[in-house]
Design a protein around this ligand. Structure first.
Ligand SMILES: Cc1cc2nc3c(=O)[nH]c(=O)nc-3n(C[C@H](O)[C@H](O)[C@H](O)COP(=O)(O)OP(=O)(O)OC[C@H]3O[C@@H](n4cnc5c(N)ncnc54)[C@H](O)[C@@H]3O)c2cc1C
Length: 391
């Protein structure tokens, strides 16, 4: 079986690229190790994805945004960053932008369902499910993709979208810059007595970070990041103990807190690939850049990468040049690196600065927040970074 483009991994990044290429003359296939039901009907994974306006435009362009029920979308009108025990905060307001909000929150499960709904309308896309890739061999004309079920699929361009722990990336010999923060992020939802007023808050406390994402007036998604051993202790607390802890951590800002539903925990390991392409294969999504979720940029960057790649592929088609040639893949690599590297490094820097307990770090972080609050250009730059508006 021969295809022009084979995408390995039917996660949100792989499927978004498939949607973007579906209307071209290219023969596109998607290979996914899980069953069709698992990715067409994804379970709730607790993640509420903060989408930037640029991401929404990309989702509109690929026909996915209209599949998301507007009742499920929550607006973030303001963002506050608080440090330690101080009640001063760095403040961002959508009124300082031309948009109606800083961004929108949508559950990951809903984004995945919406992408899948769109994918189903493209009958010419070929799916290989319950098919795990274990090897790729490339030559001058393309690649052979070997599946564990002994099938062999041929492709001109292979897109690797198998997530941040990508085994295919490793097999291709692409090295990554990895950082294990030895922390875990636990996400869950809580009802609260007082309104969140559509404000997203990030509390950089001295032994944990706590993010409050506004879902409805009296319902928020809570994201708590703790050292791994502390995270285990947190997960063993009773619901009553969690209610009390979060209420105290927030100094009663949202009133009485009540945990609703399950808790989901994720280890914090970030990766950045040293190359985004090799031979006739190209990396997208978390397989290329696996961000720390603290700045909520992971999927937003993935979409920007997908957009850059689909653009380069379409330009190659117009010029009638090979879509997997070095020039095309190199241009994608360069453009996506310029966009993603500063954000990746800055995010890891913020995590290091705000999780270090040494007194000097506490002084630096307090000073930085104060400075950013009064220096308008710095604040505008942070807003641009938050909204990924800088390119
Ligand atoms: C707690 C948390 C909160 C987050 N919040 C935000 C946020 O607010 N904003 C934001 O922008 N991002 C956020 N993110 C990041 C975002 O969720 C991820 O960037 C995104 O889901 C990654 O999608 P992906 O398709 O690249 O990878 P994945 O979803 O990991 O998909 C990879 C796919 O490849 C398949 N696969 C793997 N190996 C093989 C193989 N060998 N053969 C075939 N198939 C294979 C897998 O089964 C899977 O379906 C958050 C992440 C976390 C953990």
């Amino acid at each position: 079986m021969k295809f022009d483009v084979v995408i390995i991994g039917a996660g949100p990044s792989g499927l978004a690229l498939a949607c973007a290429l579906a209307k071209t003359k290219l023969k596109v296939a998607i290979i996914e190790k899980n069953s069709k039901n698992k990715f067409s009907n994804p379970k709730n994974d607790g993640r509420d994805i903060a989408l930037t306006h640029k991401s929404i435009n990309i989702l509109k362009k690929i026909g996915v945004w209209k599949n998301i029920n507007t009742k499920i979308i929550s607006k973030v009108k303001e963002a506050r960053i608080l440090d330690g025990d101080s009640s001063n905060f760095l403040h961002f307001d959508h009124k300082k932008t031309i948009e109606d909000s800083l961004g929108y929150l949508v559950p990951n499960q809903i984004i995945r369902k919406a992408i899948h709904k769109k994918i189903q309308t493209y009958k010419k896309l070929k799916f290989f499910t319950k098919s795990e890739v274990f090897k790729i061999c490339s030559n001058n004309s393309g690649s052979k993709i070997y599946l564990k079920n002994r099938k062999i699929i041929e492709s001109k361009l292979t897109v690797i979208a198998d997530g941040r722990l990508s085994k295919i990336r490793e097999k291709l010999g692409i090295y990554t810059n990895k950082t294990n923060f030895n922390t875990s992020m636990t996400v869950f939802r809580m009802k609260h007595k007082l309104s969140n007023n559509n404000i997203a808050s990030e509390y950089f406390q001295y032994n944990q970070t706590l993010a409050i994402l506004p879902i409805k007036k009296n319902l928020s998604s809570i994201v708590i990041t703790l050292q791994n051993h502390e995270s285990k202790k947190f997960l063993s607390l009773t619901n009553k103990e969690i209610n009390l802890k979060i209420e105290n951590d927030l100094k009663g800002n949202l009133g009485k807190m009540i945990l609703t539903g399950k808790k989901y925990s994720y280890p914090m390991l970030t990766i950045y690939a040293n190359e985004f392409y090799k031979d006739r294969s190209v990396l997208i999504g978390d397989a290329a850049v696996g961000m720390h979720p603290i700045t909520a940029h992971g999927f937003n960057l993935n979409l920007r990468g997908v957009d850059i790649l689909q653009n380069e592929i379409k330009k190659a088609l117009i010029k009638n040049i090979d879509i997997s040639c070095e020039n095309v893949l190199k241009t994608y690599d360069k453009k996506f690196r310029i966009l993603s590297l500063p954000i990746y490094l800055a995010t890891n820097g913020i995590v290091r600065l705000y999780t270090n307990q040494k007194p000097i770090f506490k002084i630096v972080r307090k000073s930085l927040l104060r400075l950013a609050n009064i220096a308008r250009p710095a604040k505008n730059m942070i807003i641009d970074r938050l909204l990924l508006n800088n390119s």
